[in-house]
Design a protein around this ligand. Structure first.
Ligand SMILES: Nc1ncnc2c1ncn2[C@@H]1O[C@H](COP(=O)(O)OP(=O)(O)OP(=O)(O)O)[C@@H](O)[C@H]1O
Ligand SMILES: O=P(O)(O)OC[C@H]1O[C@H](OP(=O)(O)OP(=O)(O)O)[C@H](O)[C@@H]1O
Ligand SMILES: [Mg+2]
Length: 292
C-alpha cells in the first residue's frame, strides 16, 4: 500500500508570462535560491528546491486569479491591482517596475488644471483608475478605453488627452505630449490571495523572509579599509554598520582593517569623509544576501 502524502501543496506563484515584469520577477526568485524547471512555452513550472510552482499568466489576468485563489500570490504592479479592483493583500513592495499613472495633454495646449478636462475625451487602458480619480475631483469626461499605444490617441484625433503609465517620460515626449497630473504611483509588489490557506501562508512567510534579505542586500555595500590607529575613533563614528564596525589588527603595527556595511544612497558622501579622516585602501564589495 502506498503511504499517503502529508506534505503541504505547493505555493502557486503567478508571474507575468512575457513583458516588463517577467525578467525581474524570475531574477528575484532565483536570487532567493529558487530554481524553476520550465521548458519553453510551459506555463506551469515546479520549483526544484522549494515547495512552490510558477504560473506564467497575462499580467492583466493575475488579480482575478489571486481573488479566486487559483494563484496564492502574484508578482504584479500596484497599478494593475488598483485598476482591476479585485480582493488581495499587498504583502511586500519589491522596489522595481516603478512608474506612475498620469494624465497628459498635447504639448502647447492650454491646460489650467484638471478642470480643463471637463467634457473632454480621454484615452486610457486604465478606465477604472481614471474614473475614480475624475469623480473625486467632480470632473465628467468621456473615457475612451484602448488596450495599448495610448500615446497615439491625440495625434489621430481619437482623444483630447490621455491617461497612461509614465516612467522616463520619453514616450510622452516623442509623441508630443506633456505630463499634467499624477493619478497614482506604482511599483511591483507581492500580492496574496484572500483564500490562501495556512500551509501555503507558511511557505509565503519563508519566501518573504528570503526576498527581504535579497532586497536589503541590494541596497547595501560591504566596505573594508585600512585605518591608522590615530584615526580609528573618527572613522568608526562615520560608519553605521549592522551593530558596530569590525576592527581587526593588520600585520603592520599601528594600522587596523575596519569593516562595515553602508547604504548605497549614503555611499559617496561617507567615502569622501572616510578618506578625509585617513582611511586608505578602501574596498567596496557587493553583498549577496543580508539576513534582516
Ligand atoms: N515604462 C514603464 N516603466 C516601469 N514600469 C512599467 C512601465 N510600463 C509598465 N510598467 C509596469 O510593468 C507592468 C507590466 O507592463 P507590460 O507592458 O509588460 O504589460 P501589460 O501590457 O500592461 O499587461 P499584459 O501582460 O496583460 O499584456 C505594468 O503593469 C506596470 O506595473
Ligand atoms: O515613460 P516611458 O519610460 O517612456 O514609459 C512609458 C511607456 O511604457 C509603457 O509602455 P510599454 O513600453 O510597456 O508598451 P506596451 O504599450 O506595449 O505595454 C507605457 O504604457 C508607456 O507607453
Ligand atoms: Mg506596457
Amino acid at each position: 500500500m502506498p503511504t499517503p502524502m502529508s506534505t503541504t501543496p505547493p505555493l502557486r506563484i503567478a508571474v507575468q508570462k512575457s513583458g516588463r515584469l517577467l525578467d525581474e520577477s524570475i531574477e528575484l526568485l532565483k536570487e532567493c535560491g529558487i530554481k524553476i524547471d520550465n521548458g519553453r512555452d510551459q506555463l506551469k513550472a515546479p520549483a526544484r528546491n522549494f515547495n512552490a510552482e510558477v504560473l506564467y499568466l497575462r499580467n492583466s489576468d493575475i488579480p482575478q486569479y489571486i481573488q479566486d485563489g487559483v494563484a496564492d500570490i502574484g508578482i504584479i504592479g500596484e497599478n494593475t491591482l488598483i485598476e482591476k479592483e479585485k480582493d488581495h493583500e499587498v504583502v511586500l513592495k519589491l522596489g522595481f517596475s516603478k512608474c506612475r499613472l498620469s494624465l497628459a495633454t498635447p504639448r502647447g495646449m492650454a491646460y489650467g488644471g484638471i478642470r480643463s478636462l471637463h467634457g473632454q475625451r480621454i484615452a486610457t487602458s486604465y478606465p477604472n483608475s481614471l474614473r475614480a480619480f475624475l469623480s473625486k475631483q467632480g470632473i465628467e469626461a468621456d473615457i475612451h478605453e484602448i488596450s495599448g499605444s495610448v500615446e497615439i490617441a491625440p495625434n489621430i484625433g481619437l482623444a483630447d488627452a490621455i491617461c497612461d503609465l509614465v516612467s522616463t517620460g520619453s514616450t510622452l515626449f516623442k509623441n508630443g505630449l506633456e505630463e499634467q497630473d499624477v493619478i497614482l504611483k506604482s511599483q511591483a509588489v507581492i500580492a496574496a490571495s484572500p483564500k490562501i490557506d495556512a500551509g501555503r501562508r507558511a511557505i509565503l512567510d519563508q519566501l518573504v523572509f528570503r526576498i527581504k534579505s535579497v532586497l536589503a542586500a541590494r541596497n547595501q555595500k560591504y566596505v573594508l579599509m585600512n585605518v591608522p590607529e590615530a584615526s580609528i575613533q573618527e572613522v568608526i563614528a562615520l560608519l553605521p554598520g549592522m551593530r558596530s564596525p569590525t576592527v581587526l589588527p593588520l600585520a603592520e603595527a599601528g594600522w587596523s582593517s575596519v569593516h562595515s556595511v553602508i547604504a548605497e544612497d549614503r555611499f559617496w558622501d561617507i567615502i569622501d569623509r572616510l578618506r578625509a579622516a585617513g582611511a586608505e585602501g578602501i574596498l567596496i564589495v557587493p553583498i549577496a544576501k543580508m539576513i534582516v
